[in-house]
Design a protein around this ligand. Structure first.
Ligand SMILES: CC(C)(COP(=O)(O)OP(=O)(O)OC[C@H]1O[C@@H](n2cnc3c(N)ncnc32)[C@H](O)[C@@H]1OP(=O)(O)O)[C@@H](O)C(=O)NCCC(=O)NCCS
Length: 303
């Protein structure tokens, strides 16, 4: 490209004082600023000045560079790439909420709420691999939610709409519910065929031998007791026994509990990142698959 006179630049801004910032809590902004060595946010005109120079004839011998606009290198936001934060260390129960992770969560959370940038890690779990023993001491049972059990489900998830739950069951989605003492304490939904990712307002189409899970939830009082793992193993066994080869899931990179749960169940491998960048009515949906990995719809796995 250099030989053809094409220059390529990337700009790595941190927090810039745009309207987005005005939608954030002052305490959040203060926390972000406290992590920037220059002690302030960037100004839009500072971004504009750099862009103007990069696009001008004065910039004639610079290419292939990432230009820092972060108010000081090495600050904890570390927005060097979308994979940053996508592979967090497995959390221990004591390290939840460390400041670096918290700042990142706040930042990406603000971008997501403003519908500017949202992304999920796509993960796979080949069903040919052995399942771990994730049994729990608490007596629980796992079963597929039947239409006559919707009331119990609504008691467990009062935040959801009963019409939505009915329509999922009508469409053939399967809800794997964990019961304890005749109440549901955990549930997850599995879809075959076309699957909608509500958070991204987009869809993926798993292959006929792939299933996609979503809407995983443990009642708050039961979190950390391993009930989700019991369901996970039961769900994987159920699909494997029906000839499915791979399960797929999409997780927020900041959702450490969910990533940890997947890790314990052997969902070792992220296969890519799916998300969007949006500005007003314009939206660009992307799905970047890791080299060597198979995208949804093409399991391509050894039996
Ligand atoms: C993610 C979620 C389903 C995990 O369910 P769970 O039944 O708590 O699963 P586990 O007991 O196996 O715990 C998984 C990890 O969560 C973390 N965790 C433990 N106790 C926790 C608690 N009280 N609160 C939050 N997370 C906790 C731990 O890292 C734990 O791993 P560890 O047991 O190795 O320490 C549950 O936290 C949840 O419902 N979260 C809200 C909804 C959500 O985020 N869903 C996932 C969308 S992709």
């Amino acid at each position: 490209m250099c030989a053809r006179g094409i220059l390529v630049h990337a700009i790595a801004p941190a927090v810039i004082g745009t309207e987005l910032l005005q939608q954030m809590e002052k305490s959040t902004v203060d926390l972000l600023v406290s992590k920037i060595p220059m002690g302030r946010v960037g100004r839009p005109e500072e971004v504009a000045a750099l862009v103007a120079w990069l696009a001008s004839d004065d910039c004639s011998f610079t290419t292939g560079a990432v230009h820092d606009l972060s108010g000081g290198p090495g600050h904890v936001l570390g927005l060097a790439g979308p994979w940053r934060g996508a592979e967090p260390e497995p959390p221990s129960r004591n390290d939840r909420g460390q400041s670096g992770g918290m700042i990142e969560r706040l930042w990406f959370g603000a971008l997501a709420r403003a519908r500017i940038y949202r992304r999920l890690i796509l993960r796979e779990r080949p069903l040919s691999q052995p399942f771990p023993d994730l049994s729990v001491h608490t007596p629980v049972s796992v079963s597929l939610l039947a239409a006559g059990e919707i009331d119990a489900y609504m008691t467990f998830r009062p935040d959801q709409s009963i019409d939505e739950v009915r329509s999922r069951l009508d469409e053939g989605q399967q809800c794997f519910a964990v019961w304890q003492d005749r109440r549901i304490v955990h549930a997850a939904w599995a879809v075959t065929g076309r699957a909608r990712i509500e958070y991204l307002s987009t869809e993926i189409t798993p292959a006929p031998d792939e299933a996609y899970w979503h809407d995983v939830f443990t009642a708050p009082a039961f979190r950390g007791r391993g009930v989700a793992g019991v369901r996970m193993v039961e769900m994987m066994r159920c699909f494997r026994d029906r000839g499915y080869r791979r399960m797929l899931g999409a997780i927020l990179p900041e959702n450490r509990s969910s990533l940890r749960l997947d890790d314990k169940a052997g969902w070792a491998r992220p296969i890519g990142l799916i998300g969007y960048v949006g500005l007003g009515p314009w939206r660009h949906v992307f799905c970047r698959i890791e080299r060597g990995a198979s995208p949804p719809g093409r399991a391509g796995l050894e039996p």
